[in-house]
Ligand binder design. Structure first.
Ligand SMILES: [Zn+2]
Ligand SMILES: [Zn+2]
Length: 175
């Protein structure tokens, strides 16, 4: 199995290398960096000044090629249906994660690259969990718990809880 990490539009430098390295340590070398694509123009909502994550994900499906799964990462701010923002969205075997609201500078705090990486990793692992069939977890420390704001992201770990680990490894073996 191969999972392609794609840069979608612009992103803060060096993030993707670090994320790919880290994912490969925990998921046994399945991830690779597959280059950059533009964020689809028709996903942009000029009234919200945000991008529709549903449209972005549909575009990513066309990038799948030989790969089993695709993870897009963007610094553009995303929304989904009635949710005024989302950190990420998964549909089947593709997902998108936005670093826009994971960046401390979004909340008026000073730049903190380590914190940005740490939060991005959590949200990428979360969406990867969804791609492997995991649903939201009620354990607030589990990476699969749903984060409705940044404080929930900071409160959870970057790992699956025991229950989710059991489910994802079963799923992984099946694939
Ligand atoms: Zn989720
Ligand atoms: Zn869990």
């Amino acid at each position: 199995m191969k999972i392609k990490i794609l840069q979608v539009g612009e992103i803060q430098p060096n993030i993707l290398d670090i994320i790919v390295d880290n994912l490969n340590k925990r998921f046994k070398n399945k991830f690779y960096f597959g280059g950059k694509i533009d964020i689809p123009e028709d996903s942009y909502d000029k009234f919200k000044n945000q991008y529709n994550s549903g449209v972005v994900v549909k575009t990513l499906k066309n990038e799948k090629g030989e790969d089993d799964k695709v993870v897009g990462i963007t610094s553009n701010d995303l929304y989904y249906k009635d949710l005024n923002f989302v950190f990420g969205l998964t549909e089947e075997n593709v997902c998108i994660v936005s670093t826009a609201r994971l960046d401390p500078q979004f909340y008026g705090n000073s730049a903190n690259f380590e914190l940005l990486i740490n939060r991005t990793l959590k949200e990428v692992v979360h969406e990867v969990g969804h791609m492997f069939g995991l649903k939201h977890c009620t354990n607030p420390l589990c990476v699969m718990s749903f984060s409705s704001s940044i404080s929930y992201v900071d409160d959870k770990k970057d790992e699956f809880c025991k229950d989710c680990t059991l489910k994802i490894s079963m799923e992984d073996i099946r694939i």
